[in-house]
Design a protein around this ligand. Structure first.
Ligand code: PLP
Length: 379
């Protein structure tokens, strides 16, 4: 098994599926036209983009005119937050300290540049943004409010009750945005049932290519262009489209939706097997993910007590051939610890390892990772 690499960091990114690559290839070869051109070469590429829009819109039960392609989810989240302030009269944003940095740093910029009020929700006993605190905040609020909460946390896998949050937002007249990057393709998402105003997705989290994402903007909310230029994406987001990326994203989403139940049951069993084995070998660990509740089944976040080989665990695992993350990919490798763990456990400090799965992982790979962990920690 010399040179074996086991990839258990699928919350950071997922491998592109062969079927996805095959769907993309023609757009690097014979189908190279500019989708804005009116000749045949352009028109056939335009058709592919609109076909992809149909797939994405159908996947979340939106209208075609409510889906806009972006370069990534970071861009989609920036677009929603900044444009909701500029164009929809939002003067206050309610969010949580455990959001992804692409939301938290956008909120900081919005406060600084537009003077909006930003209020952070307390966390409940599991570490999710508190629903009762949200209600309290919405009751005592006269400002036009945007609630921005991620559907599932990328570091812990904790998932919010988006339907209940949406009901509160509807009752108190707030707009609702959710970063659904980790849940698109993993849970059914229906914007009509959810009654949500904005959501975002990113292809590379569901076995599509990097550098392409999308934003859903409910047609009742009218936002103006985010990037000015040649009026692509119905003038919301100018710039020649990432055609192959868009086609690849749609293919990846289609496969994720078709295989959702099967993938879910395979991944869930891998996660619970790993959790059981970890508890058996290391009884003092703290399981941060919510294994019993409704959670993001792809993520198992575990805290190991500090000291000995458990420090620098992610680095030791990497050397042994196992790719995992210590919190989020954005903070791992940097000196600063995870802002999510800081918000959840201000008084506790342990070494957090995030194992995150895809349907491509196997039980043998999990056994390999456990073997390496035992070797590292017992040494
Ligand atoms: N939101 C969440 C929850 C994520 O996990 C990530 C990626 O790590 C992002 C947003 C950013 O996505 P992108 O890489 O498409 O900008």
């Amino acid at each position: 098994m010399e040179g074996t690499r086991i990839y258990l960091d699928n919350a950071a990114t997922t491998p592109v599926l062969v079927e996805v690559m095959e769907a993309m290839l023609p757009f690097y070869k014979e189908m190279f036209g500019n989708p804005s051109s009116i000749h045949k070469e352009g028109r056939q590429v335009r058709m592919a983009i609109e076909g992809a829009r149909k797939t994405v819109a159908k996947g979340i039960n939106a209208s075609l005119s409510e889906v806009f392609f972006t370069s990534c989810a970071t861009e989609a989240n920036n677009m929603v937050i900044k444009n909701a302030i500029r164009d929809a009269g939002v003067t206050r944003i309610i969010s949580s300290p455990t959001e992804h940095h692409c939301v938290l740093h956008t909120l900081e910029a919005a406060q600084r540049d537009f003077g909006v009020k930003v209020d952070m929700l307390k966390l409940d006993n599991k570490g999710r943004p508190s629903l009762s605190h949200l209600k309290e905040m919405l009751i005592h609020c006269a400002d036009k409010t945007l609630v921005s909460l991620m559907h599932a946390n990328n570091e812990t896998g904790l998932k919010i009750d988006l339907q209940a949050i949406s009901a509160l937002c509807e009752e108190y007249g707030a707009l609702l945005h959710s970063d659904t990057v980790q849940t698109i393709g993993r849970f059914p998402l229906d914007v009509q049932i959810l009654k949500i105003h904005f959501l975002s997705g990113s292809a590379h989290k569901f076995h599509g290519p990097k550098g392409v994402g999308f934003v859903y903007i409910n047609s009742d909310v009218s936002l103006l262009p985010y990037i000015d230029g040649g009026a692509q994406e119905r003038n919301m987001r100018s710039g020649t489209e990432n055609v192959a990326g868009i086609v690849g994203m749609a293919k990846a989403l289609e496969l994720a939706l078709e295989g959702m139940d099967e993938r879910k049951s395979h991944i869930t069993s891998l996660r619970s097997y790993l959790a059981t084995e970890l508890k058996k070998h290391f009884p003092t660990i703290r399981v941060i993910s919510d294994l019993e509740g409704d959670s993001l089944y792809t993520v198992l976040s575990v805290g190991f007590p500090k000291g000995g080989q458990a420090d620098l665990l992610t680095m030791h695992l990497d050397i042994e051939g196992v790719a995992v993350s210590g919190g989020s990919a954005c903070s791992s490798g940097a000196d600063k610890g995870s802002h999510v763990m800081e918000a959840m456990f201000p008084d506790d400090d342990f070494n957090v390892v995030r194992f995150s799965f895809s349907h491509l992982n196997t039980k043998e790979e999990v056994d390999f990772a456990i073997g390496k962990l035992v070797k590292i920690i017992d040494n």
